[in-house]
Write a protein that binds this ligand. Structure first.
Ligand code: HEC
Length: 109
C-alpha cells in the first residue's frame, strides 16, 4: 500500500515537470556552453572535414540564427535530415539541450 502510493506520487510529479518543460523551453547560453563539449571537436575548426561515413565538410554553426540551429537539430532528431553522425548526436539531446545549444551558438562569432 505504502509503496503503491509512492510510485503514483513519483509518476505525477514526473509528468507535471515534463509538461512545464514543454511550455517553457528557453535557451540558456551558459548551459549551452557546458553542453557543447561534444560539438567542438567537429564544429569549431574552420574547414574541418569529418571522415565518417564519407568525407563531409563540417559547417561552422557559431553565429547562425538561433531558430535555424534549433530547427536543424530537430530535423536531425526526427530524421528529416539524414546525416548519421548528427542524427545520433541530436537524438541524444533533449529539447532543453537543443534550446541551450542554439542560444549559445547563435551568440558565437
Ligand atoms: C563527428 C562530427 C560532428 C559532431 C561531434 C557534431 N557535428 Fe554537427 N554536423 C556535422 C556534420 C558533418 C554536419 C553536416 C551534415 C549534413 O550535411 O547534414 C553537421 C551539421 C550540423 C548542423 C546543421 C548546420 C547547417 O548549416 O545546416 C547543426 C546545427 C549542428 N551540426 C549542430 C551540432 C551540435 C549542437 C553538436 C553537439 C551537440 C554537433 N553538431 C556535433 C558533424 C558533427
Amino acid at each position: 500500500m505504502n509503496n503503491w502510493l509512492k510510485i503514483t506520487i513519483a509518476g505525477v510529479t514526473l509528468s507535471l515537470s515534463g509538461l512545464g518543460l514543454a511550455q517553457t523551453v528557453t535557451g540558456d547560453p551558459k548551459a549551452g556552453e557546458s553542453k557543447n563539449a561534444m560539438c567542438i571537436g567537429c564544429h569549431a575548426i574552420p574547414g574541418y572535414k569529418a571522415s565518417f561515413p564519407a568525407v563531409y565538410s563540417v559547417p561552422m554553426i557559431g553565429g547562425q540564427g538561433e531558430k535555424y540551429i534549433e530547427s536543424a537539430l530537430n530535423e536531425y532528431k526526427k530524421g528529416a535530415r539524414k546525416h548519421p553522425t548528427m542524427r545520433a548526436i541530436a537524438g541524444s539531446l533533449s529539447d532543453q539541450d537543443i534550446a541551450d545549444l542554439a542560444t549559445y551558438y547563435s551568440q558565437q562569432k
